[in-house]
Design a protein around this ligand. Structure first.
Ligand SMILES: *[C@@H]1O[C@H](CO)[C@@H](O)[C@H](O)[C@H]1NC(C)=O
Ligand SMILES: *[C@@H]1O[C@H](CO)[C@@H](O)[C@H](O)[C@H]1NC(C)=O
Ligand SMILES: *[C@@H]1O[C@H](CO)[C@@H](O)[C@H](O)[C@H]1NC(C)=O
Length: 343
């Protein structure tokens, strides 16, 4: 009896220890695999940390993001996938602080009342069931705003590049940096809004080319000598009637359109492919350009968005996002502040 008990006890300890040891081992292996993954990721994205402390901190954020992304994809019950991209060592607050840049709360964010009344596409009925402005050659390659909160400049420029191509036949890559440096009504890397950018471009008699005034990812001083050579002009801009995806469709059927969006959620941050359906709210903090629309085999309608986060994000830099949702603001608020330049 005593012996049996002892053995049981012993066995229990052995089993317990064995179990404990294998758990520790498994955890260590997982941890090591994650450390390796982080190292490889650092090489892939050329990331260097200033010291061991910073690296440890970034590792923990990276690990947390990887685990969230993997469990999201394993659940497999959404129409889109996430992936580990160049933002994987940033927590959501840090990401939001440097990679977006649509100013929502600034006092100067009111729309000028003069532009609010006219919507030239009001009576448009000829709207194809799907459209992709890329196939009409009206979209320049994906750009990358990097660590400067000037999404507003990229959004406005993409819309202007689009209408310029449609009106003149020439697709020319135009300068975001000119807007960042010279448009004092916006705040460069600290954020801005597209309507003011259009206003600036109109008053400035146009915008020069990307190659003449290249992107630098920082707030600089305005190079008047470069800005003096505009490559394209606009006559003004119009706002799409707010909270109306049907009106947005009428506009997009005629030209690429700038929209503000809540683009800072972690599923937006790590979106990689498929049809995005949220989670998101309508706290507009980012700006992109709608360059088309369509419908999936299952009947789900979507908008095609051009983003400014490089080709490593989303579907080579683009996103399909659900269209005609129940909320009048559109998914992530994309129908709230849409506008386009006129020529
Ligand atoms: C999808 O899967 C996740 C995780 O398993 C779960 O929390 C969520 O409720 C599921 N959503 C739907 C719509 O089934
Ligand atoms: C749309 O049609 C109405 C009625 O024919 C007309 O009054 C209005 O000016 C038109 N709007 C535009 C923007 O063409
Ligand atoms: C800047 O904003 C002011 C006030 O709204 C406006 O009068 C001015 O035309 C704007 N200037 C430019 C260059 O956009």
């Amino acid at each position: 009896m005593a012996l049996t008990l002892q053995c049981c006890f012993c066995l229990a300890i052995c089993l317990g220890l064995g179990f404990w040891a294998s758990q520790v081992e498994a955890r260590t292996l997982d941890e090591m695999a994650m450390v390796n993954k982080h190292e490889q990721w650092m090489v892939q994205y050329g990331r260097v940390y200033k010291d061991v402390k910073e690296k440890e901190k970034r590792f923990l954020v990276f690990k947390n993001n990887v685990e969230r992304i993997e469990s999201f994809n394993q659940a497999g019950n959404k129409s889109y996938k996430l992936s580990i991209n160049g933002f994987a060592d940033l927590d959501n607050e840090e990401f939001k602080a440097v990679h977006t840049g649509y100013m929502m709360k600034s006092t100067g964010n009111k729309r000028s009342s003069s532009s609010n009344t006219v919507f030239m596409y009001h009576n448009v009925t000829d709207v194809p069931t799907s459209l992709d402005w890329r196939s009409e050659g009206a979209v320049t390659p994906i750009k990358n705003q990097g660590g400067c909160g000037c999404c507003w400049a990229f959004s406005a420029v993409a819309a202007m590049e689009g209408i310029t191509k449609l009106k003149t036949g020439n697709l020319v890559s135009l300068s975001e940096q000119e807007l960042v440096d010279c448009d004092i009504n916006n705040s460069g890397c600290q954020g801005g809004i597209m309507d003011k950018a259009f206003q600036f471009i109109q008053q400035n008699q146009g915008l020069t080319t990307e190659s003449n005034y290249p992107y630098e990812e920082i707030d600089g001083t305005c190079h008047e000598e470069k800005a003096a050579y505009p490559a394209a002009k606009i006559t003004g801009y119009e706002d799409v009637p707010a909270n109306n995806e049907q009106a947005l469709l009428q506009a997009v059927a005629n030209q690429p359109v700038s929209v503000a969006i809540e683009g800072s959620g972690s599923s937006f941050q790590f979106y990689s492919s498929g049809l995005f359906t949220g989670e998101c709210s309508t706290n507009l903090d980012h700006a992109v350009t709608v360059i088309g629309y369509g419908e999936n085999n299952d009947g789900t309608k979507y908008w095609l968005l051009k983003n400014s986060w490089g080709t490593g994000w989303g579907e080579n830099g683009y996103m399909k996002i659900q269209r005609d949702v129940a909320e009048k603001e559109g998914l992530c608020g994309l129908a709230m502040k849409a506008s386009y330049p006129t020529i």
